[in-house]
Structures are given as structure tokens and as C-alpha cells.
Design a protein around this ligand. Sequence first.
Ligand SMILES: Cc1cc2nc3c(=O)[nH]c(=O)nc-3n(C[C@H](O)[C@H](O)[C@H](O)COP(=O)(O)OP(=O)(O)OC[C@H]3O[C@@H](n4cnc5c(N)ncnc54)[C@H](O)[C@@H]3O)c2cc1C
Length: 580
Amino acid sequence: MPAYTAPVDDMLFVLGDLLDTGTVLAALGGEEVPLSLMGEVLGEAGRFCEKVAQPLNRSGDEEGCVLENGIVRTPKGFPGAYAAFVEAGWPGLAHAPEYGGQGLPRVLQLLFDEMLSSANFSFGLFPGLTRGAVEAIERHATEELKALYLPPMVEGRWMGAMALTEAQAGTDLGLLRSRAEPQADGSYRVTGSKIFISAGDHDLSENIIHLVLARLPDAPPGVKGISLFLVPKFIPDAAGQAGARNGVSAGSIEHKMGLKASPTCVMHYDAARGWLVGAPHQGLRAMFTMMNAERLFVGIQGLGIAEAAYQGASTYARERLQGRAPGAATGAAQSILVHPDVRKMLLTIRAFTESGRALAAWTALEMEKAARHPDPDARAKADGMVALLTPVIKAAFTDLGFESAVLGQQVFGGHGYVREWGMEQLVRDGRIAQIYEGTNGVQAMDLVGRKLFQDGGALPRAFFAEIRATLAAGGDPDIVTPLAEALDRLEAATAALVGRGTADPAEIGAAATDYLRFFALVALGWMWARMAALPGGRRHAAKQALARFFMARILPQTLALDRALAAGAAPLMAMEEADF
Ligand SMILES: Cc1cc2nc3c(=O)[nH]c(=O)nc-3n(C[C@H](O)[C@H](O)[C@H](O)COP(=O)(O)OP(=O)(O)OC[C@H]3O[C@@H](n4cnc5c(N)ncnc54)[C@H](O)[C@@H]3O)c2cc1C
């Protein structure tokens, strides 16, 4: 099993040299957060991931979760590790001080999420879900519900779960059937069964707060008739402690390809007491607060998997002796790093991890601006950037994360396929991130069908202008020229797609996944251009080499994507349904 070392140095490079986070945050007001403090927090977070979370990764995968006498048990060591996580105050890192959080910048949370996802993907999902639930409750619930539920959730004593999916309602939530009956005391009785509910039940926390989508008796059909309910496993007593058991139970847990230490539950709600969150029939809107937070988090899971794959594969490649450098006919076997194809695999992963980390951190700063900038126009612009990049980060980072895990496994040859080295677990764990939280195909539909059209195309226009501003500053022609050309192509493809999509909606679905990858490659290239332009010593040489590799060997994929996009929907729609 390869060891994991938290990449704190590169994270500080992103926060300090690249994004000048301290200055950006200072301009938004609030307490100053010096880089040295961010370094201390990330250092501590890294130690937790290296020393507590990562050692449980393999055993958690082998042991999995079990449902015993109606209670889900997590693998050995998980409850203790979670208790240590709570004890150290990690659940409240970026939550509001009003509810007991530390109010630190979101970008620190995001970097911690990356580390946790690298060290122990399953473990990291538990707090990731709780955070999303906290955000949805904070934004949409009544003051009374917030006061009762948020402090123990922010503290980590109570955790969250997100209950949307039903057997007949996956992507299409308009089909869901769970029902909620209003009660005289203002609460509701929620009845229905949900499937695939991550952390629906477990033994890590005193209580589990389910955010459940259900229909009121007078609900119109489809997505306009869905409401959101807060349904606790234990109903809080008068002292605000977990009290009587509610009608919430786990029927079974799924046996899955990976993510084995995270219980994926069939959940039954049997006239369970619940409380409305947000307005009646507006549940999807409220749930989107949680889903958007989770989508960014899931993208970061992809990044974390890629980082773990790189660390394992680069260490192995340095030590594995097979063959000799091209042209060296004789002599002792050399490290497989002499082989161009092995280098290509490692460089491909790292070209993603470092630019992905930078793009995600940039987006987290946009989230801060969207929440706190004094100028409403700047807030709206930043909000637009986050909306535009959320599906891109979710889908592209999880696709690239999975591809990176497979490349890392390939570097190990046959040893990557056997369990011993841990690479096959990265492949199995990372795969889910492309599927849950809205499949990547659906993310691409969100980008192309919604975000490109929003406000007359203002979102992509504003993002492309940011890239143009970087290009206007000039730089190494081997780096800025390919990026400028790819951006030209992307802008032209965007305009053409908006035109075609307006005339024929099938064009949107036909283009979506190719377009999203095209967009993501240009966005990552933007980060490479910015990073390569920074002065520095040894790190600078590596960043330059990676930026050149990205421009020469990865970005040209946009040429093929552009060509495929231009072919439109016709080749996809031509075959008769009966011929499939
Ligand atoms: C391990 C695991 C954990 C999960 N955790 C949770 C959880 O905590 N809470 C929760 O509520 N759910 C959870 N899910 C459910 C998950 O979010 C869904 O599986 C996912 O959204 C897809 O729904 P589906 O499986 O019904 O696939 P379907 O919706 O049936 O999709 C099948 C295929 O059709 C495509 N498709 C469907 N509709 C469209 C469309 N309009 N446009 C283009 N393509 C389309 C999809 O991309 C996919 O390729 C989890 C699932 C798993 C496996």
C-alpha cells in the first residue's frame, strides 16, 4: 500500500504565489487569514489524513459495512477516527461561527477535502455529506430548525444524509413518490422508500439528519411538486439531545464495486416526523444548495483520487527496474522512468492534479466573493463563475480522476491489478464519482443546456474574458500561443453550439460531454499559463515543464473535440431505436 503525503507545499504555492489568497480575502473584509495560518491548518489536516484516515483505507475497503440488527456498522477503526476528527474540530472548519464553526475560508475546506479523498475516499464522504446538509439548512430552514440542528451538526456530533433517489426516480426526480402529510403541530409525516442513500445509517454519530425529498398531498406532478423535509433519525428532546427514535430505518445496504467503507443504504421512512425546509413545492431549489455543494465536493474527490494515483505510481516508477533507456542496448536494467510512455502517463496525471487544484482553489475564492464582496455586481459575477464551473469541476475532475487512477494502475503493470499495492482500490473507489451526484452526462447537460444560455451567454463570456486577460499579459509563446488558439476555437464552438441548440434541442445533448471536456481543458490550460508565468527556482522548472507538456500533448485533444462537436447530432440520432 503506498504511503500518502499531503501535498501541502503545492497547496501553499496555489494559495500564496498563484492566487494571493490573503489579499483577495482581505479585500472582502472580515478577519485576516495569513498564509502562515493557512499553512498550519493544512499541515495539521495533512497529518490527520496521513496518520489517521489513510491507515484505515485498505482495511475499510476489505471489511466494508454491515447491517446488524437494524444498525449499520462501519469498519473497525472508523468510529474512533471520526471521534478524533470531531475532537480536533475539523467538521466546523469553514462553517459560520454563529453555529460553532471556525469561519475559515472555504478554500481550506476544499484542500482538506482533497487530502481526505486521497487518503481515504470512503471516510471523506461522511463529513462531505454533512457539510452539504448544513449549507442547505442554513440557507433555507427556519430560525428554529437552524438553532436546533446546526450546532450539533457543525460540531460533528450529528451528521447529515441526502435522500433524493428512489427506484423509479434517479436523474428524473420529477418521478419521485415519497409523500409528506401535514400534522396539526406544523410538522409532517414522511412516508416512502429511498435507494442508494450514502451514510443513510451508520455508527459514527449520535444522530443522522436526513434531508428528504417528498410530495405534499396537493403537490402538482413533476419537479414543481417536490418539497424538502428535515427528518432526524432521533427526534431532539427538550434539551436538544438525540431523543426518541423516529420512523427512519435502513432496509439493506448495497454491495458495490468500491466505496465499500461508506454504507449505501435503502432507507425506509415510515410516517417519520419531518419538518419542511424552504417553501412548499420548492424543495428542489432548496436541495440544489446541497447538491451544488456536493457537486464541487465530488469533483474534489476526483482530484484526490488522481493525487493518490500519482503519488503511488511515481514512487513505484522510480524504484521499478525494467529495460533500459531508448537507444541503450546494454547495461543494467533502469528505472521505468526512462521510458517515454511511462513518463507520459505520470505527466498526464500531474498535469491534471496541479492545474485542477489551482482551478478548484480559484473557484473557492469566487465562492467567497459571491458570498461577501461589498459590490453587488462583483457578487453576481462571482456567483455566475461558480455556477458555470460547478458542472465542469464535478464532471471533468471525476472523469480525469478516474482516468488518472487507471493510468496510475497501468504504471504498476501487473502489480497494479493485484490488491497489494492499492492501485486497484483507487480505480474502484474513484469510479463512483462519475456517477453519483448527477451523472457526468447530466452535468454536461447542465453546462451546455443551462449555463451557456443563462443571461444571454454572460457566464461563458465573463470566463473567457478572464482567460483573455491572462493572455494579454503575454508570456512564453510555447505556452500562451496554444492556449490562445484553443480559446479561439472554444469561443467559436460555443457560439455555434448556442445557435444550433436554439434551433434544435437535440444538438445540446449531442454536444454536451464533448463540449464539457473541451471547456475543462481550456480552463486547466489557463491555470497552467498562470502558474508557468510565476518566477521561482526548482518548482518553477517543474511547473514550466508540466505547462509545456500540457500545451503540447494534452491541449491538442481540443482539436479532435472541436471536429466531433461540429458534426452535430445527426450521426447520433440517425440509427433507428429498434436497431439498438
Ligand atoms: C454508491 C452510490 C451512492 C449514492 N448516494 C446517493 C445519496 O446519498 N443520495 C441520493 O439521493 N442518491 C444517491 N445515489 C444515487 C445517484 O445519485 C444516482 O444513481 C444517479 O444520480 C443516477 O441515477 P440512476 O442511477 O437512476 O440512473 P438513471 O437516471 O437511470 O440514468 C441512466 C443513464 O441515463 C443517462 N440519463 C438519464 N437522464 C438523462 C438526461 N436527461 N439527459 C442525458 N442523459 C440522461 C444517465 O447519465 C445515465 O448514463 C448514489 C448512488 C450510488 C451508486
